[in-house]
Ligand binder design. Structure first.
Ligand SMILES: *Cc1c(COP(=O)(O)O)cnc(C)c1O
Length: 378
C-alpha cells in the first residue's frame, strides 16, 4: 500500500520527511496512507492478523527508517520500544547506562536488576574514559546524547566503536536530537529508539514509540517481541504521528532558532546562574555537538538564582509557557525535573528544563523573563 521512498540517500532529510511512506502513485490513489482500522486481513498476504503488521504502521516506519538510515518498527510507546530492546538482555547481563537517563528507562533498569539480576553500571556518558572503562564484560551500552535533562554531549562515534570492539550492543535514545539533527546508526550504534510522542509527532496529542536498526537479527528480534508481547501502536495514533512528522523539518528549524536566541538571553539574565545549551560556543558540549550533530536542538536546562521553591514559582508564573512534563511539542513548556521522585539525585534540585516551541520568540522571552522577575518578588 505504501512504498519506500526511492533512493532515500539521494534526498535531503527535509525532502525525505515529506515524501517517504506515501502510497503507490497509481490513478486515484490518495496522497497519504489512511488509518487502516482492521484486526484481521484476508488470507494470502504477509499480514493476516493486525498484531503482526498494519499498513499505517508501515508508512510511518518507512519515514522513520529512511530518516535514521535503518529499518524501523513502530511501538505503542517510547517505553515499549525501550523495553523491547532491554528484553534482549540475558539474565545476569551487565548494562552500561547514564546516571540520569529518561526516568522511565531508569525505573525499568531497576526492575530488571531485581527481576532478572541485570547489573546496571551507571556512568557519566559525557565522560568517555569512564564510560569505556565500564564496558568490559557488559552486554549493552545505553546512551542518550544530549542527555536528559542536563544536555551533556557524549562522544558517540568513540563510544559506539569501543562498544563494538568489546562485543557490546549499543543503543541510542535519539528522542532529544531527532534524526534530522543526529543519526546514531551512521555514528556506529546498533539500535536507535525514539519516543515518537515528542518531536517526531510533535503536537502533544498522542503516545507512540519506535526502534530502528540495520542489523537483521536485531530487527527480527524486536519484531517478534512486538508481535508476542503485543505492545503495538493504534492505527489512529500512527496516522496522526505520520501527519505530524511531515512538518518535522520546519518545526525543528523554528524551535531551535528560538532556543538559540533564548539561550543567549537567559545566560545573561541576572537571575540565571547556570545554563546548558550545546548550541552556545562556550558550552562544554559544543565542540562535540558541532562534530556529530547537524543542529543543536531546542532543549535548554538552566538553574535560576534561588532554591527549588523559587524554580517552582518560576514554572507557575508563566502564562504562555506551559507548566508540564514531556517535550517536543509545537508549544513551549517547562518544568523543574527534580519534582519527580524518579529523577536522578545528580540533577540539581532547582534545574528547570525548557522545551522550546515554535511560537514568536519575543513573546516567549517576555513571558519567561517576566516569570523570573515575578517569582523573585517577596
Ligand atoms: C518520553 C521519553 C521516553 C519514553 O517515551 P514514551 O513515549 O513516553 O513512552 C524515552 N526516552 C526519552 C528521552 C523521552 O523523552
Amino acid at each position: 500500500m505504501s512504498r519506500p521512498i526511492p533512493e532515500p540517500d539521494r534526498y535531503a532529510p527535509a525532502t525525505v520527511v515529506v515524501h517517504a511512506g506515501r502510497p503507490d502513485r497509481v490513478p486515484d490513489a490518495p496522497l497519504s496512507v489512511p488509518p487502516v482500522l482492521a484486526s484481521t486481513f484476508v488470507e494470502g498476504g504477509p499480514l493476516g492478523y493486525a498484531r503482526t503488521g498494519n499498513p499505517t504502521w508501515t508508512a510511518l516506519e518507512e519515514v522513520l527508517g529512511a530518516l535514521e538510515g535503518g529499518r524501523a518498527l513502530a511501538f505503542g510507546s517510547g517505553m515499549a520500544a525501550v523495553a523491547a530492546v532491554l528484553d534482549r538482555l540475558p539474565p545476569g547481563a551487565a548494562v552500561v547506562a547514564p546516571w540520569s537517563p529518561y526516568g522511565g528507562v531508569s525505573r525499568l533498569l531497576d526492575q530488571l536488576r531485581s527481576a532478572r539480576g541485570v547489573h546496571v553500571r551507571r556512568v557519566d556518558v559525557a565522560d568517555t574514559e569512564q564510560t569505556v572503562a565500564a564496558m568490559d564484560g557488559a552486554a549493552l551500552l545505553w546512551v542518550e546524547s544530549p542527555t536528559n535533562p542536563q544536555l551533556a554531549v557524549a562522544d558517540l562515534p568513540v563510544l559506539f566503536a569501543a562498544a563494538r570492539e568489546r562485543g557490546l550492543t549499543s543503543c541510542a535514545d535519539n528522542t532529544f536530537a531527532t534524526p534530522l539533527n543526529q543519526r546514531p546508526l551512521d555514528l556506529g550504534a546498533d539500535v536507535v529508539v525514539h519516543s515518537v510522542t515528542k518531536y517526531l509527532a510533535g503536537h502533544s496529542d498522542l503516545v507512540l514509540g519506535a526502534a530502528i536498526s540495520r542489523d537483521d537479527v536485531i530487527y527480527e528480534q524486536l519484531l517478534e517481541n512486538r508481535i508476542y508481547r503485543g505492545a503495538i501502536p493504534g492505527p489512529l495514533e500512527t496516522w496522526i504521528a505520520l501527519r505530524g512528522v511531515r512538518t518535522l523539518h520546519l518545526r525543528l528549524e523554528r524551535a531551535q532558532q528560538n532556543a538559540a536566541v533564548l539561550a543567549v538571553r537567559l545566560a545573561d539574565h541576572p537571575r540565571v546562574v547556570r545554563l546548558t545549551y550545546p548550541g552556545r560556543p562556550e558550552d562544554p558540549g559544543h565542540a562535540r555537538a558541532a562534530e556529530q550533530m547537524r543542529g543543536f536542538g531546542a532543549m535548554i536546562a538552566f538553574q535560576p538564582d534561588g532554591d527549588a521553591g523559587y524554580a517552582d514559582r518560576v514554572c507557575r508564573a508563566t502564562r504562555l509557557w506551559v507548566h508540564a512534563t514531556s517535550l517536543g511539542g509545537v508549544e513551549s513548556s517547562l518544568e523543574r525535573r527534580r519534582r519527580w521522585a524518579e529523577e536522578s539525585p545528580t540533577v540539581p534540585a532547582n534545574l528547570i528544563r525548557l522545551s522550546v516551541g515554535i511560537e514568536d520568540v519575543e513573546d516567549l522571552w517576555a513571558d519567561l523573563a517576566g516569570a523570573l522577575d515575578q517569582a523573585a518578588l517577596p
